[in-house]
Design a protein around this ligand. Structure first.
Ligand SMILES: *Cc1c(COP(=O)(O)O)cnc(C)c1O
Length: 385
């Protein structure tokens, strides 16, 4: 069988392939910001949770930010750095364990802070998540500050909260906001200005501020030097405050790919490729965002190259379509298709819709060897339902 587009490998199909040397470049850049600006950078597990890389990540980042118990456990047991846990609402059954393993606990409302204030321990540093009411995220699904957002406390609700729960300001050591998504420094500066205007009067009694994630620091056009300058200014204006950033996507940005195989090519007005990877199961953002993944060696403009195909997955969902692409040579059954930049978010959002097996997880080591870290089978599927 001909293999037109890719290097031949012996890894299973489909596989997410995380490339260690690319990850290392991202980690080094993040550490550079951390050291130059004297801030603390945490890995947001939501966007990148490949635990077999944590030995590496730990050398560069201070710890993890977790949303809920399972991520907090992963942070505590596998990453072993600082654990910062936020949840839109903590569950009573899970909170005692969160208390035991978290350095910072960030609440989404005064009511949650009040509910749990007597369950925390002296080593937990408590904070509240603020809605800075400034955001320029265009896609509602990813906009934490959109209309009627449930994430974070608005200025009005904050003023009500400190009246209803007068002791709450004495309980907290920090304020947290997360208002960015794939954005550059200009948006962080605008959000901070609004945050400072609305909440600056409370800074004097705090120990830390957390500027959340969404900082696209490792993207080539990100203003890294500008970020360092901005953070240094904040640090010199408020020298008593520790500053935290918690990017997820920026850690895993462009660190690997999803490799899939052509299983069949069917015809219905156009040529339609059936892959062993699925938009619904393995690349949910292609449907939810929506966005079109890049394919190595192909054009995402279906009419640019000579041979055009619609790529679809092997579930029974009619809309399980990855998109229309064009290629220089005709595709054949058995060809490999490589979807670029599939390590952040994609892997952690993966489900087992229709019982389709999860892709194996493979680490491409810096010496170019492949390590198959995890293989999934029926038992994994069974344990999820
Ligand atoms: C999603 C999220 C992050 C990480 O965001 P990225 O866009 O992946 O950098 C950080 N903090 C919180 C609270 C989040 O919800």
């Amino acid at each position: 069988m001909q293999n037109n587009y890719n290097q031949t490998t012996t890894i299973p199909s489909p596989s997410y392939v995380c490339e260690e040397n690319l990850l290392l470049n991202n980690l080094k850049l993040l550490k550079y910001v951390q050291d130059e600006a004297d801030v603390n950078i945490l890995l947001a597990l939501k966007g990148f949770a490949l635990k077999s890389t944590f030995d590496l990540c730990r050398k560069y980042l201070k710890g993890c930010c977790a949303s809920g118990l399972n991520e907090a456990l992963l942070a505590y047991e596998e990453f072993k750095g600082e654990v910062h846990t936020y949840s839109p609402a903590f569950k009573p059954s899970e909170f005692p364990q969160i208390v035991d393993i978290s350095n910072h606990i960030v609440f989404n409302s005064f009511a949650q802070l009040d509910l749990y204030k007597d369950s925390v321990k002296p080593n937990n540093s408590l904070g509240l998540r603020i809605n800075p009411e400034y955001s320029s995220v265009e896609v509602d699904l990813y906009n934490p500050c959109g209309v009627y957002s449930r994430l974070g406390i608005t200025k009005d609700e904050f003023l009500k909260g400190i009246k209803s729960y007068p002791e709450s300001l004495h309980l907290i050591s920090g304020l947290h906001f997360h208002a960015l998504c794939e954005q550059n420094l200009d948006v962080l500066e605008a959000v901070f200005e609004k945050f400072e205007e609305n909440f600056g009067e409370y800074f004097q009694n705090l120990k830390w501020l957390n500027f959340g994630g969404g900082h696209h620091i490792t993207r080539v056009d990100y203003d890294v030097e500008g970020l360092i300058k901005f953070l240094k200014n904040v640090r010199s204006k408020y020298p008593h405050l520790k500053i935290y950033l918690e990017p997820g996507e920026a850690v895993g940005w462009k660190t690997g790919y999803l490799e899939a195989t052509v299983l069949d090519i069917v015809h219905n007005g156009i040529d339609i490729v059936i892959l062993d990877a699925s938009a619904e199961c393995h690349m949910p953002d292609t449907l939810a965002m929506p966005y079109k993944a890049e394919i190595r060696g192909a054009s995402s403009d279906a009419s640019e190259k000579k041979y055009s195909y619609r790529l679809g997955g092997n579930t029974c969902l009619a809309g399980d379509i990855i998109g229309d692409y064009s290629f220089d040579k005709p595709l054949n059954i058995g060809d490999k298709i490589i979807f670029e930049d599939m390590i952040h978010y994609t892997m952690v959002k993966t489900t087992t819709f229709n019982g389709v097996n999860l892709p194996s997880i493979v680490l491409k080591r810096s010496d170019n060897s492949f390590q198959v870290v995890t293989n999934f089978g029926y038992n994994d599927f069974k344990s999820r339902i």
